[in-house]
Design a protein around this ligand. Sequence first.
Ligand SMILES: NC(=O)c1ccc[n+]([C@@H]2O[C@H](COP(=O)([O-])OP(=O)(O)OC[C@H]3O[C@@H](n4cnc5c(N)ncnc54)[C@H](OP(=O)(O)O)[C@@H]3O)[C@@H](O)[C@H]2O)c1
Length: 332
Amino acid sequence: MQSRYFTIHDHPQGMPKRDLFKLEERELPELQDGEVRIRNSWLSVDPYMRGRMDGVTTYIDPFELGKPLEGAAVGEVIESRNSRFKEGDKVRHMGGWRDVAQLPGDQVEALPEFDVPEQAYLGVLGMPGTTAWVGLNIIAEMKDGDNVLVSAASGAVGSLAVQLAKAKGGTVVGIAGDQKKLDWLESQGIKAVSYKGKGAKQLSEDLKAACPEGFDVYFENVGGDCLEAALNNLRVGARIAVCGMISRYNDQTPSAGPGNLAMILIRRARMQGFIVFDHWEHHGDFLKEFASRVASGEIDYQETVEEGLEQTPDAFLKLFEGGNQGKMLVKL
Ligand SMILES: NC(=O)c1ccc[n+]([C@@H]2O[C@H](COP(=O)([O-])OP(=O)(O)OC[C@H]3O[C@@H](n4cnc5c(N)ncnc54)[C@H](OP(=O)(O)O)[C@@H]3O)[C@@H](O)[C@H]2O)c1
C-alpha cells in the first residue's frame, strides 16, 4: 500500500512559499501488532503548524525535515492489528498531510457518535471548538452579560467564540478582514469591525464606537494592532485570553509590543495565554454542552474546503491571507 504525504526540507523564512512543500510517496511497511492503517478523508490545516516549521521546540516539537508533516485528520480504518479498531471504523488522529496513515492504535481515537458530519470533529467539535470554549469559560472566566471582543472573529476558533459569547448576552464585537466575513458576523447579531488598512489608532476608535462601555473580555487571536486597539478599550477588571497571535507568525525579526501595555495596569486587567491541550479534560464537558447545539443547527459553523491532497499547502497558506471563513479543511 502506497502513502502520499507532504514534507518540508528547509525552515521557511517569513511567509512560506508554495515550493517549500514536497509531495512524496512511499510503500508503507507491513502493519505491526497494535497498529492501524487509515485512509484519511479530511485533513485539518491550522496556524500553529507554522511554528512547527521553524525547527525550534515550543510547547510542541518541531516538524522533522524530510519526514511526513503531521496534523489532525479524520478517516476510516482500512486494516487493523489492534483489538480496539476494526475495518470501517471512523477515527481521528494526528497523521494528517497524507492520504494513508499508519499509526499505533494508542495514537488514534474513535469518533464520537453525534449526528454531525465527520469533519466537524476537526473544527466545531474538535480542537478549534474546544479552544473557543476553554478560552472564554476557563481562561477569561466570562460571566453572563460581559462585553466580549474577539479578533479573527470569523475563523475556526473566532466564529465559535463569538457565538458562545453572544449566547451569554452582553455586547459582542468581532474583528475580521473582509466584507463577506463582516456580513456573516452581523447575521449572527455580532457587531463587526474591519481591521484592514487601519492602524491601531483608527481600529481603537472603531471599537469604541461599536462598544462605548468597553470590553470585559478580549479573546486574542491576532496580536499587533488588534491587541493595541483592544487594550485601549478595556473595562476595569477585564480579562484577556491570549489564544494566538497570527499576525506575528511569519515575522522574521521580533516586532515591538504594544506601546500602551500600561492599560493593563490602568484597567487592572489580567492577560493569560493558554494552550488548549493543557485543558483537554474539559473536552468532554464541551462536547456535552455543544454537540447537540451543533447537531440541531443552532450553531452556525462555517467551513472552507479545498479538494484533494495536492491542495493541502495552499489551504495552509491561505490561513495567513484570510482565505478561509470558519474552519479551513482539505477534503480527500
Ligand atoms: N492556544 C491554543 O491552544 C490555540 C488553538 C487553536 C488556535 N489557536 C490560535 O487561534 C488563532 C485562530 O486560529 P484558527 O485555527 O481559528 O484560524 P482561523 O481564524 O480560522 O484562520 C486564521 C485567520 O486569521 C486572520 N489573519 C491572518 N493573518 C492576519 C493578520 N496579519 N492580521 C489579522 N488577522 C489575520 C485571517 O482572517 P481575516 O480575514 O479576518 O484577516 C484568517 O482567516 C490563531 O492565532 C491560532 O494560532 C490557538
